[in-house]
Ligand binder design. Structure first.
Ligand SMILES: Cc1cc2nc3c(=O)[nH]c(=O)nc-3n(C[C@H](O)[C@H](O)[C@H](O)COP(=O)(O)OP(=O)(O)OC[C@H]3O[C@@H](n4cnc5c(N)ncnc54)[C@H](O)[C@@H]3O)c2cc1C
Length: 398
């Protein structure tokens, strides 16, 4: 599957950060993790921390799946607004899903600190609307979050201009969010895991997986065999090849980054922004630059996606300049990626009955990374014997 096109900023910024071996012999391990992106890296981190030996294999160079294309905003807000999720799955579960995502931001921060990764910073988030939203959409959302105990403020036009320096009609300001560099974080995690004896193999494609009763046999392109007691699929959007159930709708998403801009206002640096449009547009800063993303298309077609890449990112730039006409935004790099959404905006985590002794760590959508850390924690607890580790709303049986 073609996961990205163009020039993903964080990949260019960090380059091919470190090299790992390709598997060139048969291998035995208690647990094998297929996929070495942010999900696979966090999964291996949790397993080894809990004394469970594991091996990671990836068919690409490490991090070059969706992780290298990520714009790396960390939010507790799921793509489905809380008041809508409450209607869809019920109040308790919807609030629990939002709270788990909030907890995930703290978990990511703790892990970053433990492994000495500094490029993960807490910030605020602003969810804004250009027009007074229909049916009191933003007010309903504010009330749902406020009632659920989230630290949020409702801002009107004048307050938004005073605090954030741009004009829009209304917004929800949240104190819980963070931004990072998922590609570099993934490499830091693998380096740390390797120092704890996790084996990591890149450019090692698993072409066949046989789920026997007591063990799993994975065969690589070069016909080497990995035998394991358990397999964890951290294969991102390519999991559509491994799950014969329609769990995800694949789409295309776009992003671009500006040249460095002198004197970026602090209000921009301290907050991540996204709007109520459908599809939504979002932006953040990194290293004196502005990264904008959005303008999603409802299809997975890499050729079509690439043809319109520069038109799309020019639109994103115009979207931003309408808000901040005083900031000179010159696009330096543009890219696009495969993206996916589920029916409720929630991930698929845990066992799938058709594949014995296997677990899926599939964080999709705009919260992919927060879901990845939750998946790593939940699957590790399940393997250790906690049968209630996976909440129903994240499971395949929901
Ligand atoms: C443009 C863009 C912007 C985004 N912005 C955000 C954001 O701001 N915040 C956020 O939380 N999320 C964001 N996301 C989503 C986020 O990037 C993903 O959720 C996350 O990177 C998924 O990580 P992963 O490890 O699950 O998947 P991947 O990084 O895709 O890793 C899966 C790996 O599995 C490997 N694999 C697959 N099949 C096999 C096989 N048969 N054998 C061996 N290896 C295999 C692949 O090579 C791949 O490297 C964004 C995504 C895109 C495209």
């Amino acid at each position: 599957m073609d996961l990205s096109s163009g020039y993903p900023y964080f990949l260019l910024k960090n380059g091919l950060y470190q090299k790992f071996e390709t598997l060139r012999n048969d291998h035995v391990t208690p647990v094998v993790i297929m996929g070495g992106g942010i999900s696979g890296a966090l999964m291996a981190y949790q397993l080894i921390k809990n004394g469970i030996e594991c091996t990671v294999v990836d068919k690409r160079p490490i991090g070059l799946g969706s992780t290298s294309a990520s714009t790396s905003l960390l939010q507790y807000e799921i793509d489905t607004p809380l008041h809508k999720l409450i209607k869809q799955i019920g109040r308790d579960e919807a609030i629990e899903a939002y709270k788990l995502c909030g907890k995930a931001i703290d978990m990511l921060k703790e892990i970053a600190e433990e492994i000495g990764f500094e490029a993960l910073k807490y910030c605020n988030s602003l969810y804004f609307s250009h027009t007074k939203s229909k049916n009191e959409f933003l007010k309903n959302e504010f009330e749902s979050r406020n009632n659920a105990g989230f630290d949020v403020c409702y801002l009107n036009e004048e307050e938004i201009f005073r605090k954030h320096g741009f004009h829009c009609k209304e917004a929800i300001y949240s104190t819980k969010a963070a931004k990072t560099d998922a590609y570099l974080f993934t490499h830091f995690l693998h380096k740390y895991n390797q120092s704890k004896n996790v084996k990591i193999y890149e450019s090692t494609n698993i072409k066949n997986v046989r789920h026997n009763k007591t063990e799993i046999e994975l065969t690589t392109d070069n016909s080497y065999v990995i035998r394991a007691k358990k397999v964890i699929y951290a294969t991102g959007y390519e999991a559509v090849k491994q799950v014969d159930k329609s769990i995800i709708k694949l789409m295309s998403t776009y992003a671009c980054v500006s040249e460095r801009i002198n004197n970026l206002p602090d209000a921009l640096k301290e907050t991540i922004f996204w709007n109520t449009d459908d599809p939504y547009m979002y932006f953040r800063t990194d290293d004196q630059r502005i990264i904008i993303g959005g303008r999603d298309e409802n299809y997975y077609d890499p050729e079509k996606r690439e043809k319109i890449l520069y038109k799309k990112t020019d639109r994103l730039k115009q979207d931003f300049m309408k808000l901040f006409p005083g900031i000179e935004f010159k696009i330096q790099f543009s890219w696009a990626g495969t993206f996916g959404s589920t029916k409720d905006g929630l991930p698929y985590i845990g066992p799938y009955e058709k594949k014995p002794n296997s677990y899926f760590a599939l964080g999709f959508g705009g919260n992919g990374i927060t879901f990845s850390v939750l998946a790593a924690d939940m699957i590790t607890r399940l393997i250790k014997g906690d049968d209630n580790a996976i909440p129903k709303m994240f499971s395949f049986n929901r």
